[in-house]
Design a protein around this ligand. Structure first.
Ligand code: URA
Length: 244
């Protein structure tokens, strides 16, 4: 782990805002490698240094894994010169260098997004060969029947000739607009919207409900996030098939 400022390091481990941890440090409540360290700007490797905060040994976690309920109107990026990003919404206690969204949802799409600084995990989850299932709920214009469900099952061919892998389409609510759920195991650009265009439907709303067997925590309001456990991380790969 690279060396980091002590205040940033403590804050990234959930010990309080930068201001709060600076107070802890300046008032002598932080001991690093046996010496009281009163300089918030001093740099340490959190995995190598022995850090005691108010007498308690800190176990520094290198990687952070967050589940976010992405709201509409923010972009799935770490930084953007014009728009608010999902990483901008991460509370200070989880902020750290290198956080990024593992996979993209369109600006107007909401729902489950994983934000992490673990590139290997993201790569495994997003690898086209791994085919991790993602379930979405959509409100669409138009109507779908058995022929459309069968076309999704057979693998839709997009307007540019791209062939999609088989997808499951289920109607949840009939009406002037219809509420449907779709399950896909790849992540082509605007895939769901483009799949519906081929059957002459527009996607009016789109929300991701799950990735693999990991479901969006319904207690999370849009824009909120929480840490996910190792067990929950493993759920991502439970509903996947590998072609590698
Ligand atoms: N498919 C889309 O069209 N948009 C998304 O945000 C995700 C999947």
């Amino acid at each position: 782990m690279a060396k980091e400022r002590l205040d940033k390091l403590l804050s990234s481990q959930g010990l309080g805002s930068r201001k709060e941890v600076t107070r802890l440090i300046r008032t002598g409540q932080v001991v690093v490698d046996g010496n009281v360290e009163k300089r918030p700007e001093s740099k340490w490797d959190g995995e190598k240094a022995e850090i005691l905060v108010q007498g308690n040994l800190l176990s520094v976690q290198k990687f952070c894994y967050l589940m976010m309920n992405k709201p509409k109107g923010v972009v799935s990026a770490s930084r953007d010169p014009r728009c608010k990003t999902v990483v901008d919404l991460v509370p200070d206690k989880w902020r750290r260098p290198g956080l990024f969204p593992a996979g993209r949802l369109d600006k107007d799409t909401e729902g489950l997004l994983i934000i992490t600084n673990d590139g290997d995990f993201a790569h495994r989850m997003l690898s086209p060969k791994k085919h991790v299932f993602k379930r979405y709920e959509a409100v669409i214009s138009g109507t779908v029947g058995v022929p459309e469900i069968q076309r999704f099952q057979a693998g839709i061919v997009l307007s540019d000739g791209t062939k999609c892998l088989p997808a499951q389409l289920q109607v949840m609510e009939r009406g002037e607009t219809e509420r449907v759920q779709v399950e896909i195991c790849e992540g082509k650009f605007h895939q769901i919207k483009r799949m519906f265009h081929t059957i002459s439907c527009d996607v009016l709303q789109l929300k991701r409900l799950s990735i693999g067997a990991l479901e969006l925590d319904r207690a999370l309001e849009p824009g909120m996030c929480r840490e996910i456990s190792e067990e929950e991380r493993n759920l991502v790969f439970l509903r996947a098939f590998s072609t590698k």
